[in-house]
Design a protein around this ligand. Structure first.
Ligand code: DGJ
Length: 728
């Protein structure tokens, strides 16, 4: 945000005159490449956030930023860096507690702060706060990724009171933003309808984005959002803040437009049914809230976050990805060894790296022949696979491909041996009727025995099958009747569930640091950066109809890098295989089709597409993404990826409207190239027997970004990929 303080010095002076700065106050600026967050410790020892916007050239001038305007008689808590509850604050708190003596008031005063340089890019500011009356402390942490303009913020809470303290709200972060209007873009969805955007101008009061679903919490609403400041941002213009709560459970994001017209943003774990009991001396570390701010529009904000995610968050984010053939939609639960042997041959024939065996390979007393039984019993089904997984890894090896497997280890079918043996491991109300989603219930991961069991499911698979090269980790049910037979304090359950899940994943990653794992949840029901710390990729949606997918992938790309988006070519929809494959190539390519039923041309096309994909994978996986033309406002959606050297790029174009004469009537301007380089342009991924209408030619980057090229999209040419290669 370039608020009016930053725009010119005259205005700074005027502002200072209007809102005198506190000469005794201590200013703590947190700078990244382009931005600064400025905190201030007042003479009252309260820590406030007085600025979030463009970095100033003279560091000393941060001291001249005055306190924000406050209406008469208001307390000065509006811009608190971590707003407490029950004292003089009357707005939404970041933290609310019930002390050991039952008192519900909290005040937090500055004690000291430290700045730790973690490396040339990353630094951590930690500010220690303490209540002057109660022995209660909070440390606010701001981890800055300088080059990426990204900040992760979290809090550590502890106390030394005589008895337990209850945390009634315990947010990760509390920001205060000043602008001339705030436009919130958030997302809603359901199964196969993920990432549907909505944008609105915030009005006074609180808009809360949250989830109370317990597990696969993104089903109705994912924990990502953006706020444009001063006016709605476009791809290349305007100030915009992106945020994501790194938490795979119930989250809550409050956006409060306060009486002074400023935006108070409070994000973290949802305190719904989750008052957390904290013992004396024990530290409670909140999840992180990650955000980035750009004054050059949505495209730059996405590239900041994507680059941060590849570098610092997603497992092996700077490494390669495996192309694969999945059998879910080609067999469902109906397979045996001969069928899978053929699919392994097909995997090789197609030319992908790995075969992924999906649901249905386990359960004996209650075989997993449908979704009503067997979940929880992770023994190989002897009728389908008499020679076990070892036979499949061996056959894969013989075919020169890798082998991966599906699990859904957090779940149980009531029709299972696990449920019979351990009903107390299941999340359910003991005195109420069970209620199911997909005929299943959630295991109680707050219980260390359940954590051990879930860990051992995956650990056993790896130790018994050392060649296992990939895991698809599914999670198909939300939590109804949330109750833990293990927890002494039920209010800790929702939060401890996620800590339990992360504990299991921490152990797995310590033992198997790089094995690719897909985060799946009957679609995109669980994507956030808390989970992606453990996964190499995620499944955006079960909806793989390619036009739907253009929209879903477009919206996901605001927050997540392409290499993490598992896109499978399936038989959803009426589009030809070229369209389906071209769309899936804008991410991590996989197939879930019956290869033996492909026509010779279709197979030849797929084989060649996999080669094209590998040729451009550096740009798609690790390059910069540019959303050129939105599917929401145009007949044609266009997206391009440019590798880090700006030497190789690929442009994807799709017809998303079938009205009369829909198509590209104008050139589309490319982005992200070097204006001074020359690039050879050619249509790639042509279907066998078709000829391109685009002449191979060489242009400068300047031409391509100023005049552009027309991919000639129209009926009959609904999907066109253009390769851009530097000519030296
Ligand atoms: C839901 C997933 O989204 C599908 O891809 C598939 O793995 C099924 N679960 C299996 O039950």
């Amino acid at each position: 945000m370039k608020n009016f303080f930053a725009q010119n010095f005259a205005i700074v002076l005027l502002t200072v005159a209007l809102y005198p700065f506190d000469t005794k106050a201590q200013t703590i600026p947190i700078e990244s490449k382009d931005n600064a967050i400025v905190l201030q410790v007042g003479t009252d020892k309260h820590v406030d956030m007085i600025y979030f916007g463009g970095k100033l050239s003279a560091k000393g001038e941060y001291d001249y930023i005055g306190k924000p305007y406050l209406p008469e008689n208001s307390t000065d808590y509006y811009n608190s860096a971590y707003t407490p509850s029950g004292s003089r604050n009357l707005l939404e708190p970041a933290i609310a507690v019930t002390h050991a003596d039952g008192n519900k008031s909290l005040d937090l005063e500055y004690v000291n702060h430290t700045i730790t340089k973690i490396n040339d890019d990353v630094s951590l500011l930690s500010i220690n706060l303490k209540d002057p009356v109660y022995d209660f402390e909070v440390t606010l942490n701001y981890q800055t990724y300088f080059n990426e303009n990204v900040t992760e913020q979290w809090s550590v809470i502890k106390h030394h009171e005589k008895k337990d303290v209850v945390l009634n709200k315990y947010a990760s972060a509390n920001l205060y933003i000043q602008a001339g209007g705030y436009w919130l873009k958030n997302f809603h969805g359901y199964w196969a309808q993920e990432m549907r955007p909505e944008e609105e101008k915030l009005t006074h009061g609180i808009k809360t984005l949250d989830s109370k679903l317990g597990s696969r919490t993104d089903l109705f609403q994912p924990p990502v959002f953006m706020v444009s400041l001063n006016k709605p941002a476009t791809e290349d213009e305007g100030e915009v803040l992106y945020g994501n709560v790194e938490w795979s459970g119930n989250y809550r994001i409050d956006l409060e437009l306060d009486p002074a017209n400023n935006l108070r943003l409070i994000a973290g774990i949802n305190n719904y049914a989750a008052d957390y009991t904290l013992k004396p001396g024990v530290e409670f570390t909140t999840p992180k809230f990650v955000y980035t701010l750009s004054d050059k529009g949505k495209g730059e904000a996405s590239r900041n976050l994507q680059s941060w995610a590849r570098k610092y968050k997603i497992v092996d984010g700077e490494g390669p990805r495996l192309t694969l053939l999945n059998n879910w939609e080609s067999t469902y639960f109906d397979f045996d060894e001969p069928k899978l042997s053929n699919l392994l041959k097909n995997t090789k024939e197609l030319g992908v790296d790995l075969f992924l065996l999906d649901d249905g390979w386990f359960g004996n007393k209650y075989p997993r022949n449908g979704d009503h039984a067997g979940l929880g019993d992770w023994e190989v089904n002897k009728a389908k696979l008499p020679d076990g997984i070892a036979f499949l890894t061996k056959t894969a090896k013989e075919n020169g491909v890798k082998f991966g497997i599906w699990v859904e280890p957090e779940m149980v079918n009531p029709k299972s041996e696990l449920y019979e043996k351990h009903p107390d491991w299941v999340v359910k109300q003991p005195q109420r009727p069970e209620y199911y989603m997909r005929n299943q219930l959630v295991l109680d991961l707050s219980n260390p025995k359940v954590q051990e069991y879930v860990f051992s499911i995956v650990d056993n698979l790896f130790s018994k099958n050392p060649d296992l090269a990939y895991i698809k980790w599914d999670c198909n049910s939300i939590m109804y009747n949330a109750y833990s037979a293990y927890e002494k304090n039920q209010s800790n359950f929702y939060t401890d569930y996620v800590f339990g899940l992360y504990h299991v994943l921490d152990r797995l990653r310590a033992k198997y640091p790089k094995v690719p794992m897909m985060l799946c949840s009957g679609g995109g029901g669980r994507v956030d950066y808390g989970a992606l710390k453990y996964f190499t990729e995620y499944w955006p949606s079960d909806n793989t109809e390619p036009i739907e997918r253009v929209f879903i992938q477009w919206e996901d790309s605001y927050f997540y890098p392409a290499l993490a988006s598992s896109n499978h070519v399936t038989n959803w929809g009426k589009q030809p295989i070229k369209f389906r494959t071209d769309v899936a190539m804008m991410g991590k390519l996989g197939f879930d089709v019956v290869v033996s039923q492909l026509k010779p041309d279709e197979l030849a096309y797929c084989q060649q597409a996999i080669k094209t994909y590998k040729q451009y994978s550096e740009a798609i996986w690790h390059g910069d993404q540019y959303r050129l033309q939105s599917p929401w406002d145009n007949d044609v959606a266009s997206v391009m990826y440019v590798d880090q050297s700006k030497g190789s790029a690929i442009m994807f174009n799709y017809l998303v409207n079938n009205r009369y004469a829909a198509g590209t009537h104008l050139p589309i301007l490319l982005k992200g190239l070097d204006p001074d380089k020359s690039y050879a342009i050619s249509e790639v991924n042509l279907y066998p027997g078709t000829r391109s209408t685009i002449a191979n030619a060489t242009y400068t980057g300047k031409f391509l970004m100023t005049v552009g090229i027309n991919p000639d999209i129209r009926e009959g040419r609904a999907s066109v990929l253009i390769g851009v290669q530097e000519v030296k």
